[in-house]
Design a protein around this ligand. Structure first.
Ligand code: SAM
Length: 249
């Protein structure tokens, strides 16, 4: 069918591509890739010879018109990103909204997404969560963002780059407190996949002590704000009592 297909690609292990994804990528007339060279390696691994075009943050709005033109000529198009699900901290939002506005079908394929993969194995509550993408690169921005999320009861999910993992953990410690439970998922589906679990203080110490933990691709997850402690006492009551204790003679 003439449509824009949204096709997830693996986040590490090439075995995670679906057979439907391969069929779609073989049968569309054009694949819009975040980086044609990067995706070229993946596509040639699967013997896919479909024509490629670059669609990244800088040309997405202009390229959308051209892709809509292709659809109007009856040519189906697929969108992929470097890894995982397009649009999730990756380009594609402007394209999808413009294709829909132009009246064409957008067909999503389910597949790899680092945030969901990490959450599913984290052991943190998964009934409610909020995906926040990358934390701001400057400390002030990070602290402001985290302060905004401090009392959010949902599990918080962030993407992180290895060179910013220590500063980000430090900001989480400052803004959410050293006892907040966190999980750091690193290099998922790859050889050195690791999950570190504990309080922010514990995980930060482990990451600082082991340079290997400062490499690769990382998803950080924080337990949501607890309304009650384990005995059912509201957290605000406990923090107020702590403050009072400090002030009392
Ligand atoms: N669209 C992708 C998705 O669906 O997950 C995410 C793209 S975003 C530009 C890249 C970030 O995703 C990395 O910095 C890291 O936070 C996370 N990520 C991607 N692959 C990962 C992996 N194998 N293990 C852990 N995190 C990963």
């Amino acid at each position: 069918a003439v449509a824009l297909y949204i096709v997830p690609t693996p986040i590490g292990n090439l075995g995670d591509i679906s057979s439907r994804a391969i069929d779609v990528l073989n049968n569309v007339k054009l694949i819009a890739c975040e980086d044609t060279r990067h995706s070229g390696i993946l596509l040639s691994h699967f013997g896919i010879e479909t024509r490629k075009t670059a669609l990244h943050d800088h040309n997405e709005r202009d390229r959308a018109d051209w892709i809509i033109q292709k659809l109007s000529n009856g040519e189906p198009v697929a969108l992929i990103s470097d890894a995982g699900t397009p649009l999730i901290s990756d380009p594609g939002y402007h394209l999808v909204s413009q294709v829909r506005a132009a009246g064409y079908k957008v067909i999503p394929l389910p597949g790899a997404c680092a945030a969901i993969t990490a959450l599913s194995a984290s052991g943190l509550p998964s009934d409610r969560f909020t995906f926040e993408g990358f934390l701001p690169s400057k400390e002030k921005g990070r602290i402001d963002k985290l302060t905004e999320l401090k009392e959010d009861p949902r599990t918080l999910i962030f993407y992180e780059s290895p060179h910013r993992i220590i500063p980000s953990l430090e900001s989480i410690l400052v803004a959410l407190g050293e006892d907040r439970e966190i999980v750091m998922a690193r290099e998922m589906t790859k050889t050195f996949e690791t999950f570190l679990c504990g309080t922010v203080k514990e995980v930060l110490e482990q990451v600082k002590a082991d340079p290997n933990q400062q490499k690769g691709e990382i998803v950080l997850m924080c337990h949501g704000y607890r309304l009650n402690d384990e005995e059912g006492i509201p957290t605000v009551v406990i923090s107020t009592l702590k403050l009072l204790c400090e002030e009392l003679p």
